[in-house]
Design a binder for this molecule. Sequence first.
Ligand SMILES: Cc1ncc(COP(=O)(O)O)c(C=O)c1O
Length: 390
Amino acid sequence: MHYSAFTKRISGRGAGAWAIHERAVAKKLAGEDILFLTIGDPDFDTPEPIRAAAHHAIESGDTHYPAMRGTVALRTKLAARLSARYGRPVTPDTIMIMPGAQNALFGTSLCLLGPGDQAILLEPTYATYEATFGAGGAEVVTVPLYPALGFQPDPADIERAITPRTRAIVINSPHNPSGSVLTPDRLRAIGDIVKAHGLWLIADEVYADQCFDQPFVSAGSLADIADQTVAISSFSKSHAMTGWRIGWVQGPKPLVDHLYTLALAMMYGVAGFVQAAALAALDQDDAVSAMRDELKARRDVVLGCLAGQNRVRAIAPEAGMFVLLDVSATGLSPFDFATRLLEEEKVSILPADSFGPSATGLVRMALAVDQTMLREACRRITACAARCPG
Ligand SMILES: Cc1ncc(COP(=O)(O)O)c(C=O)c1O
């Protein structure tokens, strides 16, 4: 039977990376004790007051069709939060509640990018971007983030990549997989390019609450291009709510209206009791800080454990929940190293080079388990690396 061209567009790159994870899952199902460091979903429980709010909403009968743009209460509280983050007023009618940032990115892509258009991405990209931003028929063009610059872009590269078909520049800061945070001057430079060429700036900010060493500067703070900026985030990472599926798009009102009609055509909003949980989540700042502090401590454990040998070099992230490891000194490709690590030491990590050529030689480990387990993971990683040909 025939399947649409769309199905090809949504099966992008990244399959190679996930092959290791799938093999690890199969091993676990077969009874092997695998240490999973592949996915950005730490072992933190959703804080109790958030869970309680969902229970209460269900028991109170919030089980009908939901407010499709998001409840007024949630969008109002979020707008206040984003006003503080951006340093300018944000109104609730510029917010659309979506089932997670992934859905928010996908919906935004469908509403802004179509056949013949180009979107500029900075590579290495988050694994799903090629499919997400190519879904509507647009061509994805990549420019590098430079490891030697701490995975920052050179704005001149972006300027050079612009053609008459360019519609959007997509940024992801804090960045997956490197954990780099776009510097304020580079963000401003990208904003100037967006302004000069009349483009969209699409900013994926899901790790905004997990900056370890410096304050986060949101794309929403670029007040002069507010009507060209779409800032996307979610509760997944900040509030340990990956499974709840709730996030948002903040952008110009006409885009929010298009996302509303997309919601009508596709998913009919986010469950009311999940929205109630998200509303309660906005009162959980202490829990957010505690999880960020724990991720920072885990990062420091990994950096400490991998110091003092020269086969695996950890690249310190400034934010988020991943650490990139340079394994080129093992003499193996990232895929071969990850395969060997899984087979010999039962640790599952991701080859990062399938996220873009600027991640050549790198694997990604997630800070998804506690500090003791991370120490053990590092011990196994260095043991495996020491046995490699070099
Ligand atoms: C950069 C980035 N964007 C978006 C997402 C998806 O987030 P959500 O769970 O809110 O859909 C992830 C998840 O890992 C991510 O790393």
